[in-house]
Structure formats: C-alpha cells, structure tokens
Design a protein around this ligand. Structure first.
Ligand code: NDP
Length: 445
C-alpha cells in the first residue's frame, strides 16, 4: 500500500469530502509500515474495504414547526464497518452536517471502538437540522420524523446509535421512544438513554471523565500524579466539555476557559464547582450561551475567538473538528503547554498535530482519549442485554480500566526508539490490527 496512491484514488471518487480524506490520511500514514509487513492484507485489498463504508443511508426528514410550516432536512446514517460487532456511533444534529463529516466520524469510530476492546463496529449518523432556538415540541417532532426513516435500519444487534453534537439525553429519549413504538421491542437499541428506561449510570459523564483518566495515565508516566499545579484550557461547553471540567476539579486542577460556537470565556480565578453548576444549568436547562457566564461572573469574553491563546499547561479541545490549527498549536507551545488530550473528534488539524509531535509533548488523539464515551455505551448495551443495572462505582471502575487498557495499547504500539510515545501511531495501529484480523478471518465480504 502506498498512502498517497490510496488517498489520490479516494479523492477522485469522493472529491468533495475533505474531512473524510483528512481522517483516512492520518490513519493510513500511521499504519503504512504495519500494513505492508502483512502481504495478505494487500492481496485481499483490505485497505479499500476498510476505508469505504459498508453502506450509507440518506433520506429526507419532513417535520412541522410551531408555526405550522412544513420543514425538510437531510438525514444520514453511515454504517462503516461491522467486523467486530454491530455498527455503533452517535447521531449529530448540526447545520454543518454533511456526508464528508459523517464519513470521517464513522471511519474514526471504527478504530476507536476497536480500541475499547468491546465488540462494537463503527457507524455515525445525523442531520443538518439546527436544534438551536427550537422549542421542545419541535425537537420532539424532528426526532420522531428522523427515526421514522432511520428506525428501519437499526436494531440491538444491527446498529446502535447514541448522542453527539446537538444530541443529548432529551433527543435520545425522543428517538428511542419512537423507535420502540415502531419496532414493538424494548431491547435498548440506543445508548445514552435515561436511567429510568435502560440508561447506564456514568454514561453522561463518560467521555469527559474518560479523557481525564487517559490524561492521568499519560501524566503518570512523566511522574505527575495529580492536576494540582495544572492550568487547563477547555473548549466547548456541551456534554464533553462540562464533564471534563468536573473531573478536572475533582482532581485539583484549575479550568480557565470554556467556549461555544460564538466565542470563549477566560476566567483566571478558575471555574469552581459553583460556577460549573451554573454552566450545567445554563446549557441544559436554559440552553443559553457561554457569554452569559462572563456577564454573571465578570470575566473576559472573546466573541468569535478560540481559547488556545490563553496561558495554560494542558489543553483539552472538546467542541468540534479542526478547532485547533497550526498557529494555535504554536501558541500553546510558546505558553508552556505540556499536554493536549482530545475530547472532541479530530479537533486538531494535521498542522497542529505536526507541531505537537515535533515538540514531543503528551498528545492524545480523540480516538483514544475520548473513547470512554462509546466504551460506556458498550457497557450500557451489556447491562441492557443482561436486564440489570450496575452501580455508579462499578461502571466508573470499568471505565477507568478500559481507559488504562487503551493507554497501554498506545504505549505498546506507539513507543519510538527514543522512548517518546507517539499516541497517534499507537492508537491507529492498535485499533487497525484488530479490525484487520477480524476482516481477514471473515473472508471477502
Ligand atoms: P454538545 O452538543 O453537547 O456540545 C458541543 C459544544 O461544542 C457546544 O459548546 C458547541 O457550541 C460547541 N461547538 C459545536 N460546533 C462548534 C463549532 N463549529 N465551532 C465552535 N464550537 C462548536 O456535543 P458533545 O459535547 O457531545 O460533543 C463535543 C465533541 O466531542 C464532538 O466532536 C463529538 O463528536 C465528540 N464526542 C462526543 C462524545 C459524547 O459522548 N457526547 C463521545 C466522543 C466524542 P454551540 O452550543 O454554540 O453549538
């Protein structure tokens, strides 16, 4: 396999899908040597079979807004690869959603799910529906209309969706409710469900907590055992960002930034527990903007900006793809940042990753660092199958050991001759090898 040749081929076939090509390139560059050491992979054209999704559904979603207008949106589901288990991955509702973004997410998800060691394949779905400013009734009608189509293609052993940007507990509840009614079954086909109907304790917290567990594994290798002296910049203020901040506070760190798509706040005194509770309420109850934090607590708010120019020792991008570029990365290095651990999927551009690797800082790519979310979704599926619920402590313990396991896999496959751990390489190789072996064993499909 020659990476450039594969990429050129994909570009010819999918010329308008830059995020998908970006994600594929990153993985192929890491696995090239390992792949080429297995001539049987090339013989069975494993690479194209792994890069191109098994299938993609796209459909029109028609719904009625509060004023009685009939609205249409696009809906999609990318079922990328089910070699190691049912397709599994979130649903994103955001005006920017298109096939390139969903294909990159589904591709990444396949390796991430493999890393968790649980039997889950990779998928992703979503819609260009913009939930901002919509009433609760509109959200419900949209979710129901979306599932009327998607519901035909999912199931507990086929494809199990979950949340992502714009899709939290409320949306999962509406979608699962409609699915359950259509399918005449209650087998848990979604994860991230409410606790009353099959959800798992710790699932809402899992992506953020898991990122910090992964970060602590990296720091411990450097002799740093807590976050007491760390100043931490977080982007986003949604599910992942807020629970990341909560775990940082529990471990004694200081969080100085949060953001949304309009701008970021910088609070040099640190976002303490009381302030963070306000953010939870602001985001989940009032569905407000992060600017309101600055108005309430009198700190700096930068409209349209990103937090990476503020001084910090650790950066945790937790909003969206390509939100941290090469210049941002240089600024972080200049300000003494020692670690970057990704809560979001592909938040760092290839130029930013190059800077992190050049400076040999601790850099954890999303497919390793944010795998705690889907891992706990896997645990939710297990509990649903067994018809029982584990305690908070039990799930948290399992999450911690999964994150430690992923860290160990990265160290095993990513340690370079000088001892530096290239977590990008480690995560990609570890994730790839399991999927590749499963595909080889199952024949040409
Ligand atoms: P939420 O919708 O809860 O929060 C997203 C946050 O990011 C919001 O603050 C949002 O601001 C901000 N944001 C979204 N798009 C942009 C943009 N284009 N530019 C700037 N800010 C933006 O989503 P999650 O917290 O669930 O997801 C965040 C990231 O984590 C995503 O990359 C997701 O794929 C990834 N992830 C999530 C998992 C989960 O369990 N939820 C699991 C693994 C990864 P605004 O409100 O203004 O839109």
């Amino acid at each position: 396999m020659k990476v450039q040749q594969v990429i050129d081929g994909l570009k010819r076939r999918f010329p308008n899908e830059p995020e998908y090509i970006q994600a594929v390139r990153e993985v192929l560059e890491s696995i090239e040597d390992v792949y080429n050491a297995h001539p049987e992979f090339e013989k069975y054209n494993l690479i194209e079979r792994l890069c191109i999704p098994d299938r993609i559904f796209s459909f029109r979603v028609t719904w009625v807004d509060d004023r009685g207008n009939v609205q249409t949106n696009m809906g999609y589901r990318v079922q990328h690869n089910n070699a190691i288990g049912p397709y599994k991955g979130g649903i994103r509702f955001h005006s920017s959603v298109n096939l390139s973004i969903l294909k990159f997410l589904a591709f990444e998800q396949t390796f991430k799910n493999s890393l968790t060691t649980l039997p889950m394949g990779g998928g992703k779905g979503g819609s260009d529906f913009n939930p901002k400013g919509k009433s609760d009734a509109e959200i419900m009608r949209f979710c129901q209309a979306f599932i009327m189509e998607l519901g035909k293609h999912i199931g507990p052993d086929t494809d199990v969706p979950a949340g992502d940007i714009g899709v939290g507990g409320r949306e999962v509840g509406y979608m699962y409710g409609m699915y359950k009614k259509m399918a005449c079954e209650n087998t848990g086909t979604f994860t991230g469900k409410g606790l009353e109907f099959g959800g798992s304790l710790i699932r809402p917290e899992a992506t953020g907590y898991g990122n910090i567990y992964f970060l602590m594994n990296m720091l411990k290798r450097k002799g740093i055992n807590d976050l007491k002296d760390q100043v931490i910049a977080i982007s986003g203020s949604g599910n992942v960002a807020t629970y990341t901040a909560q775990k940082v506070l529990q471990l004694g760190g200081k969080v100085v930034t949060l953001s949304d798509s309009n701008g970021y706040i910088y609070d040099p005194d640190g976002i303490d527990e009381e302030k963070l509770n306000y953010v939870f309420e602001l985001k989940n109850v009032y569905r407000g903007r992060i600017r309101e934090y600055a108005e309430k607590y009198g700190c700096k708010y930068v409209e349209g900006g990103r937090p990476w120019g503020e001084k910090c020792t650790i950066a945790l991008p937790s909003a969206t793809q390509n939100e941290l570029n090469g210049d941002d990365a240089e600024m972080l290095m200049k300000n003494g940042c020692i670690a970057v651990s990704e809560g979001a999927n592909m938040p760092s551009t290839p130029e930013a990753i190059e800077v992190f690797l050049k400076h040999k800082i601790l850099y954890a790519p999303g497919k390793a660092a944010n795998a705690g979310g889907v891992a706990t979704s896997g645990l939710e599926m297990t509990q649903n199958s067994m018809r029982l619920s584990w305690s908070r402590e039990e799930v948290d313990q399992k999450l911690q050991s999964i994150m430690t396991g992923i860290h160990e896999a990265c160290v095993k496959y990513g340690t370079e001759p000088d001892g530096y751990v290239n977590y990008v390489k480690g995560a990609n190789i570890a994730g790839f090898m399991k999927v590749a072996k499963a595909m080889m064993a199952q024949g040409i499909l």
